[in-house]
Design a protein around this ligand. Sequence first.
Ligand SMILES: *Cc1c(COP(=O)(O)O)cnc(C)c1O
Length: 958
Amino acid sequence: MGLDIHYQEEFQNRHIAPNEADTEAMLSVIGVDSIEQLIDETLPENIKLKKPLNLPAAKSETEYLTALKQTSLLNKVFKSFIGQGYYDTVTPGVILRNVFENPGWYTQYTPYQAEIAQGRLQALLNFQTMVIDLTGMEIANASLLDEATAAAEGMFMQYSLRKNMAAKKYFVSISVFPQTIDVLKTRANPYGIELVIGDHQNFQLTEEFFGAIVQYPAGNGELFDYADFAAKLHGLNIKLTVAADILALTLLTPPGEWGADIVVGNTQRFGVPMGFGGPHAAYFATKAEYKRNIPGRIIGVTVDSANNYALRMALQTREQHIRRDKATSNICTAQALLAIMASFYAAYHGPKGLKKIALRTHGLAISLAETLNKLGFKQLNTAYFDTIRFDLGDLVQPIHAACLDNEINLSYQGSLVAISFDETSTFADVKTLAKIFARVKAVAADDVSVVDDVETVVPENLKRITKYLQHPIFNSYHSEHEMLRYIKSLEAKDLSLCQSMIPLGSCTMKLNATAEMIPITWSHFGKIHPFAPADQVLGYYSVFNELNKWLSEITGFAAMSFQPNSGAQGEYTGLMVIRAYHQDRGEAHRNVALIPASAHGTNPASAAMAEMKIVVVKSLGNGNIDVDDLKAKAVQYKDNLACLMVTYPSTHGVFEESIVEICDTIHKNGGQVYMDGANMNAQVGLTSPANIGADVCHLNLHKTFCIPHGGGGPGMGPIGVAAHLVPFLPGHTVVDIAHEKSISAVSSAPWGSASILIISHAYIAMMGSKGLTDATKYAILNANYIKARLEKYYPVLYSGANGRCAHEMILDCRSFKAFGIEVTDIAKRLMDYGFHAPTVSFPVSGTLMVEPTESEPKHEMDRFCDAMISIKHEVLAVENGSFNKLDNPLKNAPHTAAVITANDWNHEYTRQVAAFPLKYVAERKFWPSVGRVNDSHGDRSLICACPPLESYLEEIVP
Ligand SMILES: *Cc1c(COP(=O)(O)O)cnc(C)c1O
């Protein structure tokens, strides 16, 4: 026998967990002979793909990383002085390795289950504190997608709060970053908001304006004192948004002290790589009086069941799900991981360290400015922080060429050049630039005397006086050991995929393979500015082109747009594209969106952002869309029908047989079909959005395509569209990616959070057609296995025609209410068993939605099922009276180590039952760090910043 010298390890065997024996065992529990039989019983015949996906052969992990390394080298890492909202930065090693590259931080879910999420909740509270301090505002949220969308949220909040309902104009300073203006334009359009772009110094405001936005420092580098402008606005009842640079705020009077109502910005330069556009965390800060209007998540302080300090998401935590189209925004996934990194960066450097970094950056800019002034160049700005601007006249060409020769990027606009300094800039850079500039003036290099003794050019009235970051959190962890231990102490409080499966329905918490993550921090991907010249980013283009091709093949669509930074932003983008399509055909009046009652809350929230009129379609008792109702409504609204938004397989985890008929009905009545692709994990390789008849869909790359959830972001929500919609895909003002009829931008960066697209690229490249299709089959197999094991204990709410579920299922817990057990009690009790709860009360209140994904082995699912079955026995014990109705392990869950080890134990069940209810629990016990969190207490007196250590106990203990 010859040796197999061609043996290749297959990545798909790492990604898909069940082995052959497990598969056989699971099939027999389900009661089918083969996976093929199961799929046949699950997927309607009329939507099946007829041939395999046409994708390149799967690469092994080693092959992929070797090839991608070569691709990455096509990107040119030039020194960036481009600025415009993106700055090179140093990610401290301790944060790089222990947060950014650490699955203990990047694999968590959004912290809905607060008791096992106190670590990232604290880090996000630190972020809010940092933002509040630096901006001088009263309240901040826990991140938004990017600066431009944060500005758009600010505009919309101002619009919603306007007193004069007739006011439709919004003032935009000419020196706001162009990408921000572009995104404002998109957001303003459906509401008929008129953007008026002008110079704040000589602009005549009227009562027709409801708001205004300025940039601080201005986009052209100038430092303006906006105090008078703000006062003028307030005199007219107009609110002001300020887009502010987070590093500059360490030196400048914070906007909160001169009249800002809202402050937004990017925290990228606090240690988060540029990554060709993202991901980065934007911030949003405002006045306390607007706390109920703030978009996105806010972390707040409260107490747990033992009256100890505890954190949780406050107020509008689930607001889209409750308020739907009345929600303040459609933000669901934000940028938690990057906000956490920025907060650690601030804690590591502390106020003094940050100030030194800011002063050096500022000083280097002055040094070059004064040197160039001496050489006779004409500087255009006098008061500035990090950005200097010159009119080079005819010399712009030779300087541009010489900079490229020296691998330096500046920002050019005609004969104007802007040079932005950052944390990585050095005095050597100043010298290099000075020489380049001198040479074109024919000054000999030796004769250039670089100014190295400089004084600040921040005007006296803009110099920051107020202190910031005085809290011990920002003044205790400046040595690496202390920071390492702080990071680890928080990490230890969080349950992530490192501990156990996270069976969240609709969220697809699958493997985020290490090989997919490794390239993210390669400098050839990380240190690339989103506005770098096209010929320097061929590596990225190669990744985009392939990913575009592959995802188009997978969805059956003609092309993708990679601009939306989350699923909800994908929805918004898709709807705006549909809107543009109707307008282009002279049917601008089409504005009705049909949305099934069971839709995810972001669907109506996004439709509202596109100013569509929402008409709800009923569900049948079996959970399916009521096709008769849908037909009736499609006909009733046929003159104005814009689209249907439909999730497939349904949010109930079922492949509805009628989907093709549903899509036909919409098309016949002049509408487009928007498919919410959150459940794409049940489709890949078996069917596709185009195949069922959709025109556009978003993909949650952070669900189906392996980007980790990061504890609430980042994500990517690219949209795929059929050929007739391609001309309308979003463009971008700075980078030319426009199609013939592109809508304006929906994100700051042309390809959204470009760097994490690599994760999905890696996944597809290493899985290939068979691997991806097998993943779908195993996702369905695993779900049906759990269903088979649990349906005797928990009624499974909906299933397909043959009794099968798709990749997820809903477990009904509503009947336990009769004896006082709520679904929340089960969710919290699961923590005692070491598990994160499934999705609670979506899409049906009082239920749990379970999705195991293909990446979970049978053993892990068995542990989960054993826990659920054991919990059911506990529920029965409450029902039959062997457990006290009020004092039982469910009601008191989760149990902390402090409670279990306390000298007093006054419960009617044992400590063993409380903390080690099944044998396996002891093997790797995960202790929730706080007891059941009190939500309403925290909402009654909202505290959104780190409370002073000595005072918070008095303040918050009732
Ligand atoms: C996750 C999800 C969304 C929203 O995606 P985000 O990336 O969080 O904005 C929308 N619809 C469904 C069905 C989802 O599961």
